[in-house]
Design a protein around this ligand. Structure first.
Ligand code: PLP
Length: 395
């Protein structure tokens, strides 16, 4: 027996649910890349994206996923033999560091822990030791999607300033942009990267890099630059230069529609929606966790992400059986545990185009799976989520 048939519910932390309006906006023939509607879409996306990042700097659009955006940020600002410091709080800063290493950069990891945020005091102490200024960039992730930790980017910048260190601050906002505040200029972020398929509600395939004036100055002498990622080439006047080749036309029409939807809701409205949906998820999990079989990965509530929640399933209970039940019996696709949590966790995404029935449906299915699999859990998780939403969303 299965209740899987019907519209599949995608609760993955990327790709996220694509709005029907975005899908429809892409349904069109290929078009001229030298004149006409495509040019206006490029110009308007390039005009709106800096506001989403909170910067007066420039944004570059790549036909690439987040990994490509990582490489773009690195190659445009670093040189062979430079050293970068990756701030560990899960898998993603580490993988960004691995990308830098393959490019010929020395990578040091500020060791962290999968259950808590980066410690700004540890960063400050490490930077104070670097009197020669060997470290050229700090790689930080705002929300690490593997652990669902939320790092405090302003505190990370304050630690760098307190140490009097001149390194660039490069931030991965792939799982956070569009779901919570990101104030690139106010926070002193030099380069920020994101992808299309998470908070921006667009199919996978676009990567974005925002750069401030300091990063663009350093770019002038960076020797890891390559033609495809190069900012200078992309600043040229010809439309094809903005993409270093044929624009990913359909994705751009999808992006345009997604930005229209995000701006119509208003960024503060979108952030508030994510905050409330995350709070509902956390309250359901807190109830289920009372029986000890499952627990929230991030221990400090202040460092739990508004876009995704990672839940550990303790031995002898089986996270993979829970994931399979949700998918095969109930049509809900959750995120699997990754990195150190491989096989031991599930992740609930509440990221992007998600509303109350989608989230309550997902939570209801998780509670159903806990019951069907005889995984001990406190009762009333979904009720706790309902109570929270009713309190936060007055009539
Ligand atoms: C998804 C994700 C990435 C990788 O993006 P891809 O598009 O899969 O290459 C990097 N960092 C974070 C924080 C992410 O959530």
């Amino acid at each position: 027996m299965t209740l899987q048939n019907g519209r599949q519910s995608l609760a993955l932390p990327g790709p996220t649910t694509i709005p029907d309006e975005v899908l429809s906006a892409m349904h069109r023939p290929a078009m001229d890349i030298y004149a006409g509607e495509m040019i206006g879409v490029t110009d308007s996306c390039l005009a709106d994206l800096p506001g989403i990042f909170g910067t007066e700097g420039r944004v570059y659009i790549y036909a690439a996923n987040g990994h490509g955006a990582w490489e773009a940020a690195l190659t445009n600002t670093l040189s062979r033999g430079d050293t970068v410091l990756a701030l560990e709080s899960g898998r993603f800063a580490i993988m960004w560091g691995e990308t830098a290493k393959m490019l010929g950069v020395n990578v040091e990891v500020l060791a962290g822990d999968d259950r808590r945020a980066v410690d700004p005091a540890a960063l400050e102490a490490r930077l104070r030791e670097d009197k020669a200024g060997t470290i050229k960039a700090v790689l930080a992730v705002q929300i690490d999607t593997s652990t669902s930790v939320l790092n405090d980017i302003p505190a990370i910048r304050k630690a760098m300033n307190a140490a009097g260190h001149g390194a660039l601050l490069l931030v991965d906002a792939i799982a956070s942009l569009g779901t919570m505040p990101f104030e690139m200029d106010n926070w002193g972020v030099d380069v920020a990267v994101t992808g299309s398929q998470k908070g921006l509600m667009t199919p996978p395939g676009l990567g974005f890099v925002a750069a401030n004036a300091k990063a663009r100055d350093i770019h002038e002498t960076a020797d890891l630059r390559t033609r495809y990622w190069d900012w200078t080439f992309r600043e040229g006047n010809l439309h094809y230069q903005k993409y270093c080749g044929t624009p990913p036309e359909h994705l751009l029409f999808g992006l345009r529609k997604a930005l229209d939807m995000l701006l119509a809701e208003g960024l503060p409205g979108a952030f508030e929606r994510h905050r409330i949906l995350a709070g509902a998820t956390q309250r359901a999990i807190a109830r289920w966790a009372e029986a000890g079989a499952i627990e929230m990965n991030i221990t400090d509530p202040a460092h739990r992400a508004p876009s995704v929640t990672t839940v550990i399933v303790n031995e002898p209970h089986d996270a993979e059986a829970l994931l399979a039940y949700c998918n095969e019996k109930c049509g809900v696709v959750l995120g699997i545990g990754i990195g150190a949590l491989d096989g031991r966790a599930f992740r609930i995404a509440h990221m992007g185009h998600v509303n109350a029935p989608m989230l309550l449906g997902t939570l209801g299915v998780v509670e159903t799976a806990l019951k069907a699999l005889n995984i001990p859990h406190g009762s009333g998780g979904v009720q706790a989520a309902i109570d929270w939403i009713a309190g936060e969303v007055p009539a």
